[in-house]
Design a protein around this ligand. Structure first.
Ligand code: 5GP
Ligand code: ZN
Length: 301
């Protein structure tokens, strides 16, 4: 794609609708048509394994969020929900402040809700409540809007984005076999969509000075791989799918057990839906009807 940069074209064509804050985007019918196709294609790709389907709202309970340990590792990404809980006098005061352009949000009270940072976080407490994981492991297909406070002008960095994941819970061998299988399936999926990509070891952007050690350790243990597609102009490739092995981190936190009583291991394959839509637009152009028919077939377009 030559001439105007990718972001400018997306905005000019109305595919992305600027929300007035970096990383806050509305999306057009064309974008959502591709999104829906992708969603169905991922369902098709995972159907053989008959996963249990779970869908969650974009927020989770404070209790679950706290227990997940997110604030220890990623406090810079988290978003909490605050609401007005006062009476008439406080309301009057608030409107006055707003009208005068003063800070009014200090009157807002914390709610019991926190924005969901990753789709799979909502799954673990649900499974933990059910008792030991079945022999052979368990597989969940989850989707959630996720939030990360990471404002950026790059169109591939949404502050709110949808994450679709297959999550495996079981023994070490079960979840490692799942992850290897999905690195291969994810690669075959990207190939079938006509996307150029590479798969590479990666790390999460852990916070602070201790975060550097966490990131190094995550890398040296090969806990995270990413499928990277060139999407942005003049920038490195973008992580569109990630393949994560969490060891017994969530098994320990939630006391999820395998049938022999040992802490469960978990792994997930996470599809960044908006990023994949943008990758398809980048590589096949903005006119869906002119996309290769094999790609349109896979996406039910
Ligand atoms: P992870 O938990 O590995 O950081 O994220 C899982 C997947 O969500 C990533 O592979 C990526 O495709 C997607 N993702 C992560 N951060 C963002 C973001 O800021 N914007 C968008 N659109 N997708 C993201
Ligand atoms: Zn996950």
């Amino acid at each position: 794609m030559s001439g105007k940069d990718f972001r400018t074209r997306l905005v000019e064509e109305g595919i992305l609708i600027p929300g007035g804050v970096d990383g806050l985007w509305g999306r057009s019918g064309v974008f959502e048509r591709i999104f829906d196709g992708l969603d169905r294609a991922i369902t098709d790709a995972g159907a053989f394994a008959r996963p249990e389907v779970m869908r969650f709202p974009p927020a989770m309970s404070q209790a679950v969020f706290e227990k997940s340990g997110y604030m220890k590792n990623f406090p810079h990404f988290a978003g909490t929900i605050h609401c007005f809980c006062g009476g008439d006098a406080a309301h009057h005061q608030l409107l006055g402040k707003m009208q005068r352009g003063e800070e009014w949000r200090e009157q807002q009270q914390p709610s019991d809700l926190v924005l969901t940072p990753a789709a799979c976080y909502a799954v673990y407490p649900v499974l933990a409540r059910r008792g030991p994981i079945a022999t052979g492991g368990h597989l969940v297909d989850v989707q959630s809007f996720c939030f990360r406070h990471e404002p950026s002008p790059e169109p591939t960095r949404f502050q709110f984005f949808r994450m679709r994941e297959f999550v495996s819970i079981g023994t070490h061998d079960e979840v490692m076999a799942f992850r290897q299988d999905w690195i291969e399936r994810g690669s075959a999926f990207a190939t079938s969509l006509g996307l150029p990509f590479e798969v590479d070891v990666a790390n999460d952007p852990f916070f602070g000075r201790a975060g550097k050690l966490m990131a190094d350790s995550q890398r040296s243990q090969n806990l995270k791989f990413e499928l990277l597609v060139p999407v942005n102009d003049d920038a490195g490739p973008t992580a569109c799918i990630s393949f994560n092995y969490h060891t017994t981190y969530f098994g320990d936190i939630w006391e999820m057990r395998t049938p022999d009583g040992a802490p469960a291991h978990t792994a997930c394959c996470a599809f960044g839906m908006e990023r994949l839509v943008l990758a398809l637009l980048k590589h096949h152009g903005f006119d869906i009807d002119s996309w290769p028919s094999a790609v349109r077939n896979i996406l039910h377009l």
